[in-house]
Design a protein around this ligand. Sequence first.
Ligand code: NAD
Ligand code: USQ
Length: 382
Amino acid sequence: MRILITGGDGFCGWPTALYLSRQGHQIAILDNEMRREWDHELGIGSLIPLPTMEERVAEWQKHTTSPFRAYHVDMRDYDALATAIIEFQPEAIVHFAEQRSAPYSMIDRDHAIFTQTNNIIGTLNLLYIMKEIAPDCHLIKLGTMGEYGTPNIDIEEGYLTIEYKGRTDTLPYPKQPPSMYHLSKVHDTHNIAFACRSWNLRATDLNQGVVYGVQTEETLTHPLLTNRFDYDEVFGTALNRFCVEAAVAHPLTVYGQGGQTRGFINIKDTVRCIEIAALNPAQPGEMRVYNQFTEEFSVQDLANRVQHAAQGLGFNASIDHLTNPRVELEQHYYHAAHTKLIELGLEPHLLNEEEIRTIIQMAIAQKDRVRMEKIKPTVTWR
Ligand code: NAD
Ligand code: USQ
């Protein structure tokens, strides 16, 4: 297949591009490298040094016989995006290219507005281009489990069948997003659903949980192919952050009581889920929703597991319960369906001690690059 991967220079996009390329698909990545500018803005950076987008693309071209290319395009630039799509003629577009950090979106009003305009305009441009130029193309859009919030009932995959005053309907599952970033995803979801209903476009919305791990088989092939590894308070996410904290003897930063429970997925499963969605396209007019995670953990569970794995490596990791910088429930019911990708063939890599040790060891190897002052949370929701 010809697959365009927007956000292909990012943490999920790069390994996905390499994995799909290795399966023999023709790949184009599209990115404006804005994520690297946010690193400069915040004085942070990937723990593993990152080559430029040009360098990593040139390196992968030596490892594959399938066509593999890159477009340096901003999703907000309709004409440039349309030109790339007309030229590449994708059969599927995997859309990762958004500002994805909840804390970044909560820094202040400017960052909230930037996040929502960047994400929503990029997706709207894509929908209009598909309507005008590529109506058969399958949109595979990265949503997030956070769109649902933490309701006191089971979470379904996108839709909920309800009976009300003697009548029954299947409706979009209610959304209670916990940040300006998560809200941008909900707005995207509504826009995509409208485009499928009105213009007969086909889309799969993948509500992904928190991704952990760093490397895949392909990113390990050569140092220039490495994935990025974020650990700072803004772009680092729970499990990966705890592993880096353990590696540098920083107390593990559990926010509040630690009962916050989320869906998690290994980066090795992210790339496979995208392949499954691409090989099994939605029908014209259909807006499918799959919950893309493999296991649920509370933040406290994760901290305990990292503490145990660190002990196995011969050092002690302490756990700190920090005042929670976010507004979120710290003890709550959480049970979310996630069967559709499994039914289509996903065989999950479940979290085990070996995986946690691998992440800790990767962090130990780059220990000297850790900026200790960037670990503690400073961005608050209130
Ligand atoms: P990332 O920040 O590493 O990658 C996103 C990429 O998109 C970056 O390379 C950035 O430069 C690019 N980008 C952003 N805005 C752009 C624009 N206007 N034009 C062109 N390129 C642009 O993020 P990630 O972790 O790879 O996440 C990818 C997607 O998956 C996001 O949509 C995110 O919301 C979703 N997601 C991520 C996680 C996770 O834990 N990482 C979990 C659930 C969902
Ligand atoms: N948390 C801690 N300590 C930390 C970091 C986080 O206790 O050091 C807690 C947070 O308070 C939250 C939970 O861990 O309750 C998850 O936070 P996170 O920073 O790991 O992830 P989150 O902000 O939810 O965002 C990440 C990605 C985002 C994606 C989302 C999936 O950055 O792009 O959409 O995971 S989900 O959570 O399912 O919405």
